[in-house]
Design a protein. Structure first.
Ligand code: ADP
Ligand code: MG
Length: 587
């Protein structure tokens, strides 16, 4: 058996190891330490989580530090704040018999002044998350021009989280003479790219099987009408009673909206976006980590750095604006050797984007049908049956048993089972028995008539040239009133007394509510969804019809889904919640 003594470690470190109670080196330590101690070299080391990688780079790093200098000599980049603190703690224990060695942790969400002060006192080793590190370099608080060693820990995760550009920027402030040690659990394409880009003929160490890389994430998409996104999410959740998910939305507004709807419908959910304070975000993240929250609805920016194991599903409420971001999203699941699913809700016109994503991730998507009401009822039922079967009998119940038995005396076992399960089953069944099948043809897509207006809705508005508008000024006026961005209003067509314009279908409600009570020069402004969704002029076929007709008709179609949704959700939802809570109590 190899001993720590045989690896070439200093007496100080050996003493610390004894205090820590490590008896012998782990495999990755045994393989890397002698090489890293012997001569300056770059290295790529791959080993699963929990195999002792921190010590594998930590011991040699500490032994490499010149204690007579207070300059920063070693930098460790790691993906999350938690890991950052963990590594710092470990290093402090490893180095406890070195009097003059200072290790400082640098991460976001904590006082930058405090961290700056610690660094000023002299930090030979800095352990940092890329975001904060970049920030501090730019503010000239940290100088890494003299580092000899840079360690990229959990490189795969850092890339997953979108830190590539930050890392590149940070490393550009260091010297070419330094050595880079990359530690990672897996070796996806991106990591080998980093190795090529930032390292000079690195020595390669692999412990365990190589390339368990493609994390076990399967990618699926569902095609729905733009207004059915929420119902689709709801079905996915109902069909997966044990779901533990991150739902990604493109905007803060959607994030808040979806979270609120879920909560209103009795699910355990919370929003995470940039309008929350750091303290609020910490609170949400803590609850999610403890599984007190089942679904986290987040924007990409806010979710950067989420490091929670066990996430079963990533749900893309919409695809991200930047296709590349998809990798960061889907990487939130399938961690630590577990399987995960990344689901994307798309409208018909967005399917081509799926093909682009496939190219980027090098994996194929499968198109799936949303589970039917029957399927959901069945899954809920058997989920409950499983739970009942696995429940440990509480002996406190014994004293009630005779009375309970008396009450059910007249019923057969079959009848009792039927009645018992009907209690739960009926809730879901009632909701889903009348629920419309969600398909790609429902809602807005049904009138896209082959043209590419899939995700846009065309409106009629009763103002035009007579009110002093041309297409440009009307566009500006609408953008301002609706608080939409540059592309938010399109295909503006101004006639004498009325006009037409398109908005993304997701914003239909906004248009309706904005103009509900709006007056221009004392005149009521009337908007209607046009029947004919072609962008050309004269869209308002079937003409006439006052505000009532035009305004309500589409809404009714919308309401049909959402009001039945609402009813069912209340009852169905509470059951979902309770089953999750049952699960929590068990664990
Ligand atoms: P990784 O970074 O590979 O996921 P860590 O470095 O976090 O793993 O180590 C996992 C745990 O194993 C830590 O608690 C660490 O203290 C412990 N550990 C590391 N090396 C040894 C060893 N040689 N013997 C016993 N425990 C060890
Ligand atoms: Mg580690």
């Amino acid at each position: 058996m190899t001993t720590f003594e045989s690896l070439g470690l200093s007496p100080e470190i050996l003493k610390a190891i004894e205090d820590l109670g490590f008896e012998s080196p782990s495999e990755v330590q045994e393989q890397t330490i002698p090489i890293l101690l012997e001569e300056p070299t770059d290295m790529v080391a791959l080993a699963q989580t929990g195999t002792g990688k921190t010590a594998a780079f930590g011991f040699p790093l500490i032994q490499n530090i010149d204690l007579n200098s207070k300059k920063t000599q070693g930098l460790i980049l790691s993906p999350t704040r938690e890991l950052c603190m963990q590594i710092t703690n470990e290093l402090k224990q490893y180095a406890k018999y070195y009097q003059n060695l200072n290790t400082v942790a640098v991460y976001g969400g904590a006082s930058i002044t405090d961290q700056a002060r610690q660094i000023k006192r002299g930090a030979q080793i800095i352990v940092a998350t890329p975001g904060r590190m970049k920030d501090m370099i730019q503010r000239n608080i940290i100088d890494i021009s003299n580092i000899n060693i840079c360690i990229l820990d959990e490189a795969d995760e850092m890339l997953n989280m979108g830190f590539f550009e930050d890392i590149k920027e940070i490393l550009s402030h260091s010297s070419d003479q330094k050595n880079t040690w990359l530690f990672s659990a897996t070796m996806p394409k991106e990591v080998s790219m980093i190795a090529k880009k930032f390292m000079k003929s690195p020595k390669e160490i692999t412990v365990g099987q190589k390339n368990i890389s493609t994390k076990s994430v399967s990618h699926e998409y569902f095609i729905v009408g733009g207004r059915d996104r929420y119902s689709a999410v709801k079905r996915v959740v109902d069909a997966n009673p044990d779901i533990y998910a991150v739902i990604f939305c493109r905007t803060k507004r959607d994030t808040q909206k979806v979270a609120e709807k879920l909560i209103e419908d009795g699910y355990s959910a919370s929003a995470l976006h940039g309008d929350l304070s750091q303290a609020q975000r910490d609170m949400v993240m803590n609850s999610f980590r403890k599984k007190q929250i089942q679904m986290l609805v987040a924007t990409d920016v806010a979710a950067r750095g989420i490091d929670v194991d066990d996430i079963t599903h990533v749900i893309n409420y919409q695809l991200p604006d930047e296709i590349e971001t998809y990798t960061h999203r889907s990487g939130r699941t399938g961690r630590a050797g577990k399987e995960g699913k990344s689901l994307v809700i798309v409208t018909k016109s967005e399917v081509r984007k799926i093909r682009q994503v496939e190219k980027i991730i090098g994996q194929k998507f499968t198109q799936e049908e949303l589970p039917s009401g029957d399927e959901i009822c069945k899954r809920q039922l058997f989920h409950l049956a499983d739970e009942i079967k696995n429940t440990t009998i509480n002996s406190e119940i014994d004293s009630f048993i005779p009375d309970l038995e008396a009450q059910f005396e007249d019923l057969s076992k079959e009848e009792i089972i039927k009645k018992f399960f009907s209690v739960e089953f009926t809730r879901f069944h009632n909701y889903y028995k009348n629920a419309p099948k969600i398909t790609q043809h429902s809602a807005d897509d049904s009138y896209s008539s082959g043209k590419d207006y899939g995700d846009e809705t065309r409106f009629f508005i009763n103002i035009g040239e007579k009110d002093g508008f041309n297409w440009m000024s009307l566009k500006d006026f609408l953008k301002e009133q609706l608080n939409l961005d540059r592309d938010g209003v399109a295909k503006v067509d101004v006639k004498n007394t009325f006009s037409f314009f398109n908005v993304p279908t997701d914003d239909v409600e906004k248009v309706q509510s904005t103009f509900d009570t709006f007056k221009l020069k004392g005149r009521h402004v009337n908007v209607e969804i046009t029947k004919d969704q072609k962008s050309g002029s004269g869209g308002r076929k079937g003409g006439g019809g006052g505000r009532d007709r035009g305004d309500r008709k589409p809404r009714k179609r919308f309401d049909k889904n959402s009001s039945s949704d609402f009813k069912g959700k209340k009852s169905g939802g509470s059951s979902v919640k309770s089953s999750f809570e049952r699960r929590r109590k068990k664990s």
